[in-house]
Design a protein around this ligand. Structure first.
Ligand code: ADP
Length: 224
């Protein structure tokens, strides 16, 4: 069975980390005129940073590296390369985590060449220092060993993907599962529990997606 080292991040931690990051930025004396959220992971931290630093201008840029569907592309792309005039503005680019750094590097370079701000700094709640290609100007937590952070804004998406992975991996050995069995396998693989509401929603989604079929109390993995 898959084993992925995972940490469940709570909303309270997000507020605490964003407040901590805002303090780091404030102490540097950098005062952003505009915050740019790297979509989608940077949205919530960017909004909180705007709150803590009292910044009114918030826009976003969707830079995507790998999602399961985009894996074939194997590179980051700017999804909606719209034009914005940021001349004379001090920009703070905010992301949740700098892992490889690819998406944030692409967003930074695109903004510098296309939106032409006076200044640009990069901020992230977390920075995975051993693997990242860049060190952000501001970060709150340095992560020294790679781990998957299960952020609250991807809880449903992650749960669906994680459960799907377990079920498909086990499908030659077993097809029928009860709720408690899937939950136990999930905890064994990922070491976290996302709560019953999220877990039931994920199973409902997997039924909608045609991965599972529900027969009373039993979930059956469908043969595709
Ligand atoms: P970057 O390192 O520039 O953020 P990645 O392609 O490594 O680019 O990551 C893109 C996005 O994927 C991140 O902003 C984050 O939302 C998500 N992500 C990447 N690594 C992790 C991780 N270890 N834990 C949680 N989310 C992650």
């Amino acid at each position: 069975m898959v084993k992925v080292s995972t940490k469940l991040v709570t909303w309270d931690e997000i507020v605490e980390w964003s407040m901590g990051l805002a303090r780091v930025i404030k102490e540097s004396s950098f005062k952003p005129d505009v915050v740019v959220a790297v979509s989608r992971g940077g949205y919530v931290p960017a909004r909180l940073i705007c709150d803590f630093l009292l910044v009114e201008n918030l826009v976003s840029i969707q830079s995507q590296h790998w999602t399961e569907a985009a894996k074939v592309a194997e590179r980051a792309i700017i999804k909606f390369p719209y034009t914005l005039d940021l001349s004379g503005q001090r920009v703070l680019l905010v992301d949740d985590i700098i892992d490889t750094g690819d998406t944030v590097i692409l967003a930074r370079d695109f903004i510098l060449s296309e939106w032409k701000p006076a200044e640009l700094r990069v901020a992230a709640l977390q920075w995975i220092s051993p693997v990242a290609k860049i060190k952000p100007d501001f970060y709150y937590i340095e992560v020294k060993e790679w781990i998957w952070f299960q952020y609250p804004w991807t809880r449903h998406e992650d749960t669906v993907q994680f459960v799907r992975r377990i079920l498909l991996e086990e499908k030659e050995r077993r097809r029928e599962w009860t709720y408690d069995e899937i939950r136990a396998a999930f905890e064994e693989s990922y070491g976290i529990f996302v709560g019953d509401a999220y877990f039931r929603l994920a199973l409902e989604t997997l039924v909608e997606l045609g991965v599972l079929e529900r027969r009373g109390d039993v979930y059956v993995v469908r043969v595709t």
